[in-house]
Design a protein around this ligand. Structure first.
Ligand SMILES: *Cc1c(COP(=O)(O)O)cnc(C)c1O
Length: 447
């Protein structure tokens, strides 16, 4: 089955079954189905508007972190959305709240947390990080939240939101956070963010060394693995292999199922090593209607309403593709293989150059200009980027990535730093299909 429409009989069958459950409550008093012709006409127009998208489904798209969800995820999401449970409280959706607890248990086991841990799904990685940083600020009021300059741009914004001072940790030309700087600043740091899989080039920061500095100074450690988290499934294949085995030592971890676990958007997660953080969430709202003393996930979240459909979709996906090497891990192994193969193509080429070894499945590279100056590199990157958009079936989609001049020239000293920044090409090979397509992609780009 390659076409989305082919999956519809499955959905129809499940919907019919749910309809019988709906019918069992007696006559329906309103006809939600309105005018079928009108629905068809609107749906047609929606479909047409959706055709304005870039081809996220196709391996020619290797631009940003975007891809369609797995069919089991969107089928489950749609099925569940017809009921529309709300996981803010057990009563808002008892079955999907149970499913959420089950997937959180799986994610916690996966990162190595034991049953003293706690966690929940969130609507995004940003909200998940915000919540973890909020806990950090509550535990160390007045102290800095520190993250490297390669960290996701939202960390400094969220620190402002939390009214917590933010400290940017400088990085070396190869993206290593300056550990000496962290040591020197340790007294004022309350929470240290370690990014495992930076959004830019997928860099994995040295968790082990950062944790040992943090432990010496009583600093809380938060891992932002929104993008990279699921690479732990194939950590043995990665240059950063040892770091992934230490994840359980961090105080909190964020992983986005909507990044690398094939989920529709609205699927982030936050995990805490020690459930006692729950005390920072206590509230006494007259609006909630808790009917049991069991833990309500809404009680430990900064969000209220959350889609039960997201929990169900992730639950179903992990039934099909469990959190092991042969399950979801096989997809990450494929994206990693695509990235390595593409890196190799660039290495073999005398027209292009790699900026770094891919740490996960994101590549940074550039076309070598006739004149060895940064402005010429940037100009070529823009031309190649634009060139891909000119054809539908022979085209490609990349992204542009800006590096500080010195981080570029420290690797390529023969280049004249005639500008303070340089634009390179970036490709995110996050679809398993990329593995079969990188040769063709390299050819289309002219590598
Ligand atoms: C994507 C990403 C985020 C933000 O997550 P959203 O789900 O887009 O809000 C945060 N950190 C890293 C490292 C990311 O890659």
């Amino acid at each position: 089955m390659n076409h989305y429409g082919d999956y519809l009989p499955l959905l129809k069958e499940s919907l019919r079954k749910l309809d019988r459950w709906r019918d069992s409550f007696g006559e329906d008093y309103h006809d939600a189905l309105a005018d079928g012709e009108k629905l068809k006409e609107i749906l047609n127009r929606v479909g047409e508007r959706l055709e304005g998208n870039y081809p996220f489904h196709h391996p020619q798209y290797a631009g940003q972190m975007l891809k369609p969800p797995h069919p089991i995820a969107w089928l489950t999401y749609m099925l569940t959305a017809t009921v529309n449970p709300n996981n803010h409280a057990l009563d808002g959706g008892p079955p999907t709240s149970e499913m959420e607890k089950e997937v959180i248990r799986k994610l916690s086991d996966f990162v190595g947390y034991d049953d003293r841990s706690l966690g929940h799904l969130t609507s995004t990685g940003t909200i998940a990080n915000l919540e973890a940083l909020f806990i950090g600020r509550e535990i160390h009021p007045g102290k800095h939240i520190a993250a490297s300059s390669n960290a996701h741009y939202t960390h400094s914004r969220m620190s402002r939101l939390l009214n917590a001072p933010f400290l940017e940790i400088p990085v070396s030309a190869t993206g290593e956070p300056d550990l000496g700087f962290i040591r020197k600043s340790a007294e004022k740091i309350g929470t240290l963010v370690v990014t495992m899989g930076t959004t830019g080039l997928g860099h994995v920061e040295p968790l082990g060394e950062m944790i040992s500095i943090a432990r010496e100074h009583g600093i809380r450690v938060h891992i932002d693995a929104a993008y990279g988290g699921f690479f732990k499934l194939i950590s043995g294949d990665l240059p950063s292999s040892a770091e992934w085995d230490l994840m359980h030592e961090a105080d909190s971890i964020v992983i986005d199922p909507h990044k690398h676990a094939l989920q529709p958007y609205g699927s982030g997660s936050v995990l805490y090593k020690d459930a006692s953080i729950v005390r920072y969430f206590k509230h006494d709202s007259p609006y909630t209607y808790f009917t049991s003393d069991e833990l309500h996930l809404g009680e430990i979240s900064i969000e209220c309403s959350r889609a039960g459909a997201s929990a169900a979709a992730l639950w179903a996906t992990l039934e099909l593709l469990p959190l092991n090497r042969n399950g979801l891990g096989s997809l990450l192994a494929a994206t990693r293989a695509a990235s390595i193969r593409f890196h190799h193509h660039v290495e073999e080429s005398n027209r292009f150059e790699n900026v770094s070894e891919p740490a996960l499945d994101i590549n940074g590279y550039f076309k070598i200009p006739g004149q060895k100056k940064l402005s010429a590199v940037s100009e070529l990157s823009r031309q190649i980027f634009d060139g891909g958009l000119k054809s539908r079936d022979k085209g490609y989609h990349l992204s542009l990535f800006t590096l500080p001049a010195d981080s570029f020239t420290s690797q390529f000293p023969e280049f004249d730093a005639n500008e303070d920044k340089v634009i390179i090409l970036r490709s995110v090979f996050m679809k398993p299909e990329h593995k079969l397509f990188v040769d063709e992609l390299a050819e289309r780009i002219g590598i």
